[in-house]
Ligand binder design. Structure first.
Ligand code: ADP
Ligand code: ZN
Ligand code: ZN
Length: 719
């Protein structure tokens, strides 16, 4: 029997959250000398087997179910750790509850590694001193532009509205590409910082490594307030230093990727989420949180305003704005009256292509180069070719461990090589990486050839068509080499590049002044994808890519090669009509009962055999149905019946929305790294009803003994 301690009386026993999956916390006795020092949220050092661990106190107790002989004493408060932060704790608690994970699994990974590594026996807490000694780098004054720009009338209107916001409110800044959203963020945040000496602000961005421009802008603008930068690629020491400086209010501006939302900020007074529609705000492993959604929750808890900015808001945010829950701030004009580019759709039917490029595309690129301008060629597929194939027998380079093909990659060569290029076959899903077979493994044929085209092959083709042009490629392979992608982008800004080739890494945020032509290849598959979010994603991506062009010159063009030029997505794109397209998609989603009109959760299972995964999900579905108090008959169960949702209601909640439990199905990528995967979809019109169900259901699933690995994903982005 556990009972909570009375407020104020010293803690005898504490429950501590540790970074141990699937546990709600561990109880420890508190040595008398520490009893007055501990509160909820205190950082403590505890024994763990023969080792020690760092944890956070989540409850003060005076009794425990742990038998006395197993109960151990904690080693003490963690020396040098920050004081408990109630607000941070509340956000972590919310995330743990909402994503149905133990608190420790949410909280501990949110702390930089160096600060959650137990100190060596003699040097308690020294990681904190080291982190404190390394303040975020000061920037030499004078080096960076620091003055705010005179606002356009569109920006001024947005800022006026923002400054009038009091308490919790969500504003959606819907500004076309090039409308100057960044300047709105900066000036609004500056006004918040100026109003209150200890105020802190948080700016979330989808991707940092490629936006050195933005960081420099922030460092220049907020020189006096100091800027902390947080993202997953920072060296550990730097991350600890920046995190701690934010947690202790020693920096007033924090800019970071999704993980930054889980940083304690005692003075937090405003939040900006840039490119709020970007899928990379959703964490894809561990606790699969959405940083955008958590930012809104955080603002609500702290009673502060949050600004979501995008040229193509997510349908979730758009619907909230349409319903009046979010306040819409439109900025439909580009700064300086810049024209949005003209859209040209070209059909490949029975026409000659050179290296995958149609005549019109080659011509447009050529014109840009002749005029001393830049071209961007967008192909959302990295590598040399998506598949290697045998012309004689039809063999294809499948991955043995995944439902996917191995991608042909050209290896980076030492400069001045002159040697023939070397290739490898790489699986983008499990990472399997091997040499290219010298002959067909099936028939022994010597001629294996690449099928299709990735960015590496495209780059090669462009070099052949435009031998004089300076070409740079930007994709995740390039980005893996330290600073390589950033250098390419800097070179493009400096005018040292004529043609940029790349994937969606190039679509975001870059403001290339000399870019006048954007060519888009191979997007047709995404037009007819089975994922219901595909059109929304593609539209956003196309708007973003197109938005790179013509920021400072008239007559910019976007050339899209497609077999479906009359697809409504392109019609809307040609008119730059986000509103119309989004409203259309919302109508479809409403009719099809899809998000944002319903809320989803997925139970995913993986096992050596599909049968085992599916059997577990069948059991889980059965438990769910019993839990809901099944009132309707199941489908007749004959093998030919397509899986149908079984509509279920709690008898006591006939008037409220029901949770629907679908039948298990194999995941779209059924095999990954040798494991077979299946999923079970749950949906409900009411978030509250869904989550109440999930809580009870998961409690029962925990008790099922199974070797199958499973996890629940709340608000999945891909189903
Ligand atoms: P968005 O994020 O909306 O696509 P940006 O913030 O990148 O747009 O701004 C586009 C360009 O306009 C940038 O080069 C920026 O420096 C410039 N800009 C923004 N606001 C102003 C202003 N008020 N006066 C002059 N230039 C501006
Ligand atoms: Zn063959
Ligand atoms: Zn694989």
């Amino acid at each position: 029997m556990i009972s909570s301690n009375e407020v104020g009386s010293p803690a005898q026993i504490v429950r501590v959250a540790l970074d141990i999956p699937a546990s709600e916390g561990f109880d420890y006795t508190v040595p008398p000398s520490y009893r007055d020092d501990l509160a909820i949220g205190s950082w403590v050092l505890v024994p763990w087997g023969k080792a020690r661990r760092i944890g956070l106190v989540i409850a003060l107790l005076d009794q425990t179910e742990v038998p006395p002989e197993k109960l151990r004493a904690l080693l003490g408060p963690l020396q040098g750790a920050p004081a408990p932060d109630r607000h941070w704790f509340e956000l972590l608690r919310f995330a743990a509850t909402y994503y149905h994970r133990p608190f420790g699994e949410v909280a501990l990974p949110a702390i930089p590694k160096l600060l959650r590594t137990p100190p060596a026996a003699r040097s308690r807490g020294s990681a904190f001193e080291r982190a404190r000694a390394r303040l975020p780098q000061a920037v030499a004054p004078g080096e960076l532009p620091a003055d705010p720009l005179p606002l356009t009338s569109g920006q001024q209107t947005a800022i006026d509205a923002l400054q009038a916001a009091r308490g919790f409110s969500v504003q959606l800044l819907h500004g076309v590409t090039g409308s100057g959203k960044t300047e709105v963020y900066l000036q609004w945040l500056a006004s918040i910082l100026a109003a209150e000496a200890k105020a802190q602000v948080l700016l979330l961005v989808p991707e940092i490594a490629l936006t050195p421009q933005l960081i420099r802008q922030l460092q220049g603008r907020f020189r006096a307030e100091a800027v902390a930068v947080l993202h997953s690629e920072l060296p550990d020491g730097e991350r600890a230093a920046h995190w701690l400086a934010a947690a202790e209010g020693r920096v007033r501006v924090v800019v970071g990727t999704r993980l930054a939302v889980l940083t304690p900020m005692p003075g937090l007074a405003a939040i900006v989420v840039d490119e709020e529609h970007d899928p990379s705000y959703k964490q894809h492993e561990g606790v699969r949180y959405s940083a955008r959604d958590l930012a809104v929750v955080l603002a609500q808890q702290r009673k502060i305003p949050v600004l979501l900015g995008s040229a193509t808001p997510s349908l979730e945010s758009w619907l909230a704005a349409r319903r009046g829950r979010y306040r819409l701030l439109p900025m439909p004009e580009r700064v300086g009256g810049g024209q949005l580019p003209q859209l040209q759709l070209v059909e490949p039917r029975a026409r000659q292509q050179r290296h995958g490029l149609l005549g019109e595309t080659v011509e447009a690129i050529g014109q840009a180069l002749a005029a001393g301008r830049q071209a961007l060629v967008f192909l959302n597929r990295r590598g040399y070719a998506p598949v290697l194939g045998c012309d004689a027998c039809g063999w294809l380079s499948r991955c043995e461990s995944c439902t996917a093909f191995r991608v042909l990659h050209r290896q980076a060569q030492a400069a001045g090589g002159g040697r023939p290029a070397r290739f490898r076959l790489v699986c983008h899903h499990c990472g399997a990486d091997g040499p290219v077979p010298r002959l067909c493994p099936e028939c022994g044929n010597l001629d294996l050839s690449p099928v299709g085209r990735g960015t590496q092959r495209l780059e090669e083709g462009l070099a052949e068509i435009f031998p004089q042009a300076r070409i740079a490629r930007v994709d995740r392979d390039v980005a893996r080499r330290r600073n390589a992608a950033r250098d390419a982008i800097d070179a493009a800004h400096a005018g040292d590049i004529d043609i940029l080739v790349g994937t969606q890494m190039l679509a975001k945020g870059h403001d290339f002044r000399r870019l006048s032509v954007v060519a888009v290849l191979d997007v047709d598959a995404a037009l007819y994808s089975s994922d219901f979010r595909a059109p929304e994603r593609l539209f956003a991506l196309m708007m973003q890519v197109a938005g790179r062009a013509g920021r400072s010159a008239a007559g910019a063009r976007v050339v899209i090669q497609t077999r479906f030029p009359s697809h409504p997505l392109f019609t809307a794109l040609a008119r730059q009509d986000y509103d119309g397209f989004a409203d259309e998609l919302l109508t479809e989603r409403r009719q099809a009962a899809l998000p944002p009109f319903v809320f989803l959760a997925l139970l995913r299972a993986e096992a050596p055999s599909l049968q085992a995964a599916t059997d577990f999900l069948d059991t889980a579905a059965q438990i769910g149905r019993e839990l809901l108090g099944r009132t309707m008959a199941e489908p007749d169960g004959s093998a030919s019946t397509p899986p149908e949702p079984v509509r279920l209601r709690r008898p006591s909640e006939v008037a409220s929305p029901s949770v629907r439990v679908y039948d298990p199905v194999p995941m779209p990528m059924m095999r990954l790294a040798g494991k077979e995967r299946a999923q079970l979809l749950l949906e409900c019109e009411s978030r509250t009803v869904l989550h109440a169900f999930l809580r009870d259901w998961l409690a029962e699933l925990q008790a099922v003994r199974t070797p199958v690995r499973w996890l629940l994903e709340v608000d999945p982005q891909e189903i």
